[in-house]
Design a protein around this ligand. Structure first.
Ligand SMILES: [Zn+2]
Length: 417
């Protein structure tokens, strides 16, 4: 059944809405005057002054003297306007990125800068309840070690893999962990006492980029992440797009080889995931090295002490000019380009950011993916799309998770101020 909501705004929400406008402006400007804030937010100067006073009293913003320019000094006209600035370390957020067999925790400030972070490995078969318990213990330990007052923690954001019910904070299905209907929000909230937000991990990365990274200012942003699987997240005009059933972004299961493609773990054949993930590229490289023992790739793999070759070895062989490896990467990555062209045709994004293994091999992946995308997208739709690697490197997961909690603060969706 289709439902459409037409809701009014009571006075509390009006205040929250105005605060959101002010906080978002402060996030985007290094420093801004009260008059500048009034202009930017279309609020009256009295409203700006009242809200700014509240934020000053809470230590969330500070007042600074502007650096007068040479011209202003010479003119020496009037009293310089006092500027307002966000105090990055006034509040903190915690980000938890749950991966396959490991989780990362980061403490960030209001700018999503990482203050401290930890990585904890766990057996893939560990029951979800135990993993959540480990996460809670690790967070308690981190807060104790950093000696941070709990009242300055805004909340916890959790990036989980697979399908996530964001409203209820449930990891509906995480196939690689074998998790079904895990109540992450309820569990961690009860255990730690902080507000908890849960979302799909790639969607969380898209949010981080849109508000704290390279995606700032992009009207329609797509973030495409590849590692063991491939997923995407979208932020459209400052709002995260989740789809009607939280499933938006399953780009890894778009079919790019309709006939004769390999079987995917989802049960279909020829999905993007069967062609461009890290394990697939490594597997193809091992086959190539066996067929061509004289190649640079085979030599590099021989020198590797680890049991399984790493993607870095494959990239190194390509960077050193191994033709076989370059050709193989061309062949595989062109499918990423096709998937991106389809994405461009449907969503018409201004910017696509690539993360995970795609960012790790950016110099090898992006030129091919972007060339194929531009060649195959409909009628020049791909020409102006900016494609870049993630601004956060390996941190994309935890920064994204922390961004879930930070957005509650900047968007004033809960009573955090
Ligand atoms: Zn699939």
């Amino acid at each position: 059944m289709l439902t459409q909501h037409f809701s009014g705004r009571n006075l509390n929400r009006v205040k929250a809405h105005n605060l959101q406008a002010i906080l978002m402006s402060l996030l985007h400007e290094n420093q801004i005057s009260r008059a500048g804030l009034a202009k930017r937010t279309s609020l009256s100067s009295a409203t700006v002054t009242n809200l700014a006073n509240e934020l000053l009293a809470q230590g969330i913003i500070t007042e600074i003297k502007p650096q007068a320019t040479e011209i202003e000094r010479k003119r020496a006209v009037g009293r310089p306007r006092r500027m307002l600035r966000l105090v990055p370390n006034a509040r903190y957020a915690l980000g938890v990125h749950i991966g396959v067999g490991l989780f990362r925790i980061a403490l960030t400030n209001l700018h999503a800068d990482i203050i401290d972070n930890r990585i904890v490995e766990f057996e893939r078969a560990t029951p979800a309840a135990e993993v959540l318990e480990k996460i809670a213990l690790e967070i308690e330990d981190l807060l104790l070690e950093m000696a941070i007052d709990r009242s300055r923690i805004l909340g916890i954001g959790v990036g989980a893999s697979g399908l996530v019910n964001h409203d209820q904070g449930i990891n509906v299905i995480a196939p690689r962990l074998g998790w079904n209907n895990i109540y992450i929000q309820a569990e961690l909230q009860a255990r730690l006492g902080f507000p908890v937000r849960v979302d799909n991990n790639v969607r969380a990365m898209a949010i981080a980029e849109a508000f704290f990274g390279a995606g700032r200012g992009a009207g329609v942003l797509a973030f495409v992440y590849g590692r063991i699987g491939v997923g995407a997240g979208f932020v459209v005009n400052g709002q995260v797009f989740r789809g009607s059933g939280a499933g938006a972004g399953e780009i890894g299961h778009t079919i790019v080889v309709p006939q004769g493609g390999q079987e995917c773990r989802c049960g279909q054949n020829g999905c993007l995931e069967t062609l461009v993930t890290e394990p697939v590229i490594i597997r193809r490289s091992v086959e190539l090295a066996q067929q061509h023992p004289e190649s640079l790739l085979a030599k590099y793999m021989e020198n590797e002490s680890a049991a399984a070759p790493s993607i870095e070895t494959v990239f190194a062989a390509a960077r050193d000019g191994d033709e076989l490896t370059l050709k193989m990467l061309d062949d595989q990555i062109c499918y990423l380009g096709i998937a991106l062209a389809n994405l461009v045709n449907v969503l018409n994004p201004g910017m696509i950011l690539l993360g995970g293994v795609f960012a790790q091999g950016d110099d090898l992946v992006r030129p091919i993916a972007s060339k194929v995308m531009r060649e195959t997208a409909f009628s020049g739709l791909g020409d102006d799309v900016i494609i870049e690697p993630t601004s956060f490197g390996w941190r994309a997961g935890v920064v994204g998770a922390a961004a879930l909690a930070l957005m509650d603060f900047f968007y004033q969706t809960t009573e955090t101020v």
